[in-house]
Design a binder for this molecule. Structure first.
Ligand SMILES: CC(C)(COP(=O)(O)OP(=O)(O)OC[C@H]1O[C@@H](n2cnc3c(N)ncnc32)[C@H](O)[C@@H]1OP(=O)(O)O)[C@@H](O)C(=O)NCCC(=O)NCCS
Length: 371
């Protein structure tokens, strides 16, 4: 970036309004929701005391009218992982946006460099699940490694597909389409003594149920404690349904569904560590016939769950797989990179675990569920 008028600096809460305008091209919905999302994602993250994001000022008096002084933004969501007992903070870049009049001048490249220089040493890894075609070249140029493809396993039936296509034709928000969210807690859901369908998370119970389970092979695991659950489902752009499996009045498993803009599309976002309880909840969702297409990103699943879902009829192909996996983002990878400026061979390992191997991760979608 040759033009010295561009100044990269740390994001401050006072920048929220200008940034909300910049990221309009990335988020659906009105300004108030974008403002709430920025506050949630960057200012309320439980793992950092100040928002880990940067902006670029362009304080040029001769600039054409209408160009805001903030012309670039790069957010970083911080997540905590554990690897063989060692805790590590991971930064996830996202919401990169540069004002259209200032693109292709190296601003994203410079914001990427700047944010890495600020935290040398404290964040051993960067991971991103939201690269798009415009930001991918900058990420690859910055040394990211394509960890896994973004494909999902999908489940549908002939009538589920029909409901999905009908809802698509009617447009989002149509009152004719009942969704799982409308039916939470109502007696219209199939009756089950053991399953509760709710609109709010239960952070303490979910933290206990997400804890490691014997036999889970993944080694770099997202830490899902109470603070995580209190923050994670506060995403103002997300629409979530929480299912709990109970035994003797106590929760033994949970499943979280994110609802798509098409009300007949649900994504499995999260589940407890007990595979049997998870499968029983997935079977319930299928039986309830309320999500025309149900999907789960393949990059987050451990092999056992992936194989059990396949037995329930989930797959990458078929009409549902085609609709989900051939969208505009279908071949975009999940990316990973060590935190060091110029990584050497050992930086790609955490406690002997190779971060370039998808089988070494236990990931769940967080910031990519609602954008
Ligand atoms: C993505 C975006 C932030 C890039 O910002 P930028 O400041 O123009 O990017 P840079 O000038 O730093 O370019 C970085 C690299 O990406 C390449 N690049 C940038 N925009 C590109 C585009 N539209 N298509 C292909 N390559 C592109 C550049 O050539 C450069 O590669 P190089 O260093 O090998 O030349 C900007 O295009 C934008 O705001 N897009 C709309 C929002 C968006 O899609 N954000 C991504 C969310 S993950």
């Amino acid at each position: 970036m040759d033009d010295s008028r561009y100044q990269v600096r740390a994001y401050r809460p006072e920048d929220r309004r200008a940034v909300a305008d910049l990221v309009e091209c990335l988020y659906h919905g009105e300004a108030s929701r974008r403002l709430a999302t920025l506050r949630w994602k960057y200012e309320s993250n439980p793992y950092v005391s100040s928002p880990p994001a940067c902006v670029v000022d362009y304080p040029d008096r001769s600039a054409p009218r209408g160009i805001p002084p903030v012309v670039g933004f790069l957010g970083l969501t911080v997540m905590r992982f554990a690897c063989e007992g060692q805790q590590l903070l991971v930064r996830s870049p996202g919401d990169a946006a540069v004002h259209p009049d200032h693109r292709r001048r190296g601003i994203l490249t410079e914001m990427t460099r700047w944010s890495r220089r600020q935290v040398q040493g404290s964040f051993p890894l960067y991971l991103t699940t939201t690269a798009n075609r415009q930001s991918l070249p900058a990420a690859l140029g910055a040394g990211y490694f394509p960890l896994a493809s973004g494909v999902s396993l999908c489940h549908s039936t002939a009538s589920g597909l029909e409901r999905y296509l009908l809802a698509k034709r009617r447009g989002q928000g149509s009152s004719e389409t009942r969704t799982l969210l409308d039916l939470c807690g109502s007696d219209k859901l199939p009756h089950s003594e053991a399953i509760r369908v709710e609109q709010a998370p239960r952070p303490d119970a979910m933290a206990a149920l997400a804890a490691d389970h014997p036999g889970t092979a993944k080694r770099i695991r997202l830490v899902q404690d109470t603070a995580f659950f209190q923050w994670r489902y506060g995403n103002p752009l997300g629409k979530y349904v929480f299912l709990f499996q109970e035994a003797r009045g106590r929760p033994v498993g949970y499943l979280v569904l994110g609802l798509g803009r098409n009300p007949q599309r649900a994504h499995i976002l999260d589940y407890g560590a007990d595979p049997e309880a998870t499968l029983s909840l997935v079977r319930y969702v299928i039986r309830s016939r309320l999500a025309g297409i149900l999907s789960v990103p393949l990059w987050g699943l451990d092999c056992e769950l992936a194989s059990n879902l396949t037995k329930l009829g989930f797959g990458q192909g078929g009409p549902a797989g085609w609709l989900v996996n051939h969208g505009p983002r279908h071949d975009l990878p999940i990316l990973v990179r060590p935190g060091s400026e110029l990584p050497v061979a050992e930086d790609w390992f955490v406690d002997g675990v190779d971060v370039r191997h998808p089988g070494n991760w236990c990931l769940k979608p967080i910031v990519s569920d609602a954008a």
